[in-house]
Design a protein. Sequence first.
Lengths: 151, 278
Amino acid sequence: MIEFSLNGHAVKVQALPMTRLIDVLREHLRMTGTKEGCGEGECGACTILIDGVPVNSCLIPIVQADGTEITTVEGISKDDRLDPIQDAFIEYGAAQCGICTPGFIVAARALLDSDPHPSKRAVREALAGNLCRCTGYQKIVEAVVCALGED
Amino acid sequence: MHTSSAPVWNARSLMEALALRSEHPEATVIAGGTDIMVFLEGGALELKEVLNIWPCDELRGIETTATGLQIGALCTWTDIKNHPNTPSALRECARTVGAAQIQNRGTVGGNIVNASPAGDSLPLWLALNASFEVGSVRGHRMISADDFWTGYRTTALEADELLLAVHLQNDETLRTTYRKVGTRMAQAISKVVLGGAIKTQGGVVTHARLALGSVAPVPVRLAHVEKALIGRPIDPNAAEEINHDIAPIDDIRSTEKYRRTVSQRIVRSWLEREAKEP
């Protein structure tokens, strides 16, 4: 039995130890906010936080999640109130097809938690592991920079 | 979605890790998983059993020793990037490994033991003359980076051994470089990767270690370039010796010709920069 905290709630799952964390989140726990893009650590769509640190959930075997605190995009908004980053994504039209959006939101949240005043360059570097094939990144970076002011 | 039913042995201490390694020499060792999980998903790896060393905190941490620096095998690239005492070329290397998500999980030890010809850090360990501390239930030993990669994706590790730490000598007079050429800055596998370390005394080169990755089945020292550099003022033309040292191939990421041309140019441009420095 693997035990961890998911968005502040204790969960226990029974799964083969090498099962990917993303599959446990989506298939076992039905938390489908986290998306799978490439499945090989290239695109960042499946980004989640483990103990506050952004990682690709497609590259984590569930055995390594034991005893950790996991935050998914569902845990970014609090009590039905969107996070300022999410508000900014809506305002700036920073999402088109939406598959990459949860990963960007989570990676951006991790950046702002560790550095409340990053430069535009630091924003781009922190989001370099997240690929978007629709927007061309400009609106995404603008949304994160805007969220800085409101955070 | 892969579903491997391989059993996993979890090592929570170094002693446990070495005992498990000795009992299960055929187990695939997993640290941060950024290579293993990709192989698994792509069907390139059949797991019989797995030794999970990720929980083994004794293999974390960067410590200053009497002679230099000791870097635990489970240090992530983020650990390297954020540490004030790691060599600047190594921090530069850490910044080019994948992007934040990979740097937070990928480990120094994993990069070394995975032994990919394109492994981002491998030529730099050669340039820095690193020693790798490996251990088993039989004891510990040191292997120099020069002797570690023995062939395509093979290492000098015995079946019951684990990589424990990297040791670097402290040398303030060393001038180092790291340069990775890929399709883009982040998330790119290298087409060519360079590590270099040079020392001069009275305007003459007394020490030169240069190495390239992605241009041969193993990371290679540039012995002819080094020989051409030693005993004279820094001469960028030494880069022309490079064709005696490398054996690049055409593959999905680049061509033999591109790699040859770029290898020589990045070596030359580093030497030109260093030649201008006092």
